[in-house]
Design a protein around this ligand. Structure first.
Ligand code: SAH
Length: 360
């Protein structure tokens, strides 16, 4: 059996060592190579990717073990097919993930620069089956789930273009909670002190609102940031944007959010894509404030980004001044709110634009 070693945690690597008649401490050495040393290395031949022949380079392991590993384990090569740099410095990557079971799916990741450091926005699925009407990632549906290792690989690949990745957002293609187990495993791996050691508080998971999974996530009591894509204040409004809203009504969603806050004591961010004439009236702002009243939360307003799919549906962003008025209504009613700066629009790397110019 070939193993997906980049997705394995230290406990599993220890069992693997037992199976291979090796001392258990080798597990830590291998984990460090895979998630720290290798992740930051570029080799002298200009082959930037450590993962092309990883085991040969693990020079603190006996040669026999390196050979056994290269025969029994595999890491999905994360091949950079295309890279685009925006005027604002945002970088968008098109990666090809060649897993054992398929010829390779294409996915996108984004590297963004903020005052406090670099953030990598990763995809959790190749495609998405949630079908939100304003989002380009939904076009074409779901190809397959990504593994935890494939999520790590995106962070490491983009990370090689910067000194340090300080945070990770699960806001690329896919619905993270629709790939729950792999995403939980990814968080375990990426936060591990022997690996990339990114603090849980520097990880943000965004969901369109899969209520049962949000409850399951709450029960894990992780210290990550949770973002919830709201985009409307009524079932009707949300449902016209997001099919999932028909499955989980807004009152159930808000209940799940309160449950999450109760168990984790973490503030939730609500994402609200302001769309001209659709969800941006001052009445809707007041409804939003009433809906979230008393909750430990923050509202992130994002003037909707135009994607090629919207040429048919004709959505356009709320102008800046009106967005500010909308934000002020929230603030006056006690709901902290900011208008999010959009990065990478010129290279279709902004929210909702991933996969829009996909077939190249
Ligand atoms: N599936 C998750 C993760 C995607 S995160 C989720 O739905 O939350 C991407 C964020 O961008 C989500 O809040 C999504 O609703 C939002 N988004 C999608 N298309 C957009 C667009 N065209 N303009 C602005 N935001 C958009």
């Amino acid at each position: 059996m070939t193993r997906d070693i980049l997705s394995m945690n230290i406990t599993e690597l220890r069992s693997l060592m037992v199976e291979l008649n090796q001392p258990a401490y080798r597990a830590e050495q291998i984990f460090e190579w895979l998630h720290r040393r290798g992740a930051s290395q570029a080799d002298s031949n200009g082959v930037r990717d450590f993962y092309v022949a990883p085991f040969a380079r693990m020079d603190n392991l006996p040669k026999t073990l390196r050979e056994i590993l290269s025969q029994t384990c595999r890491i999905t090569p994360c091949r950079e097919v295309k890279k685009q740099v925006s005027k604002d410095g945002t970088v968008k990557y098109l990666f090809q993930m060649e897993s054992l079971s398929d010829a390779g799916v294409f996915i996108e990741s984004v590297l963004m620069e903020y005052e406090h450091g670099h953030t990598v926005c990763i995809s959790t699925q190749a495609g998405c089956r949630m079908g939100c009407v304003f989002c380009a990632s939904a076009v074409g549906g779901l190809a397959r789930n990504l593994t935890a290792g494939e999520m790590c690989a995106q962070v490491y690949a983009a990370g090689r273009d910067t000194k340090r990745v300080s945070s990770v957002v699960l806001m690329g293609c896919g619905e993270p909670l629709d790939n729950f187990d792999a995403v939980m495993r990814f968080i375990e791996l990426i936060t591990h002190e022997k690996g990339a050691n990114i603090g849980a508080r520097h990880i943000t998971l965004s969901t369109c609102g899969l209520v049962p999974k949000m409850r399951a996530l709450a029960e894990r009591k992780l210290q990550i940031n949770l973002a919830v894509s709201l985009h409307g204040t009524t079932d009707e409004m949300r449902g016209s944007f997001m099919p999932i809203a028909k499955k989980y009504p807004i009152n159930e969603l808000i209940h799940a959010c309160r449950y999450y806050i109760g168990l984790t004591n973490r503030r939730i961010t609500f994402e609200y894509a302001l769309t001209k004439g659709i969800n941006d009236s001052l009445v809707q702002a007041k409804e939003l404030a009433d809906l979230l009243k008393g909750m430990l939360c923050h509202v992130n307003l994002i003037p909707i980004n135009v994607t090629s799919t919207q040429f048919e549906t004709k959505f356009s962003p709320t102008p800046r001044r009106e967005a500010e008025t909308f934000a002020n209504v929230l603030i006056k009613n006690g709901i902290p709110s900011t208008i999010r700066r959009s990065l990478g629009c010129d290279i279709a790397a902004a929210c909702g634009q991933l996969r829009s110019d996909f077939r190249m």
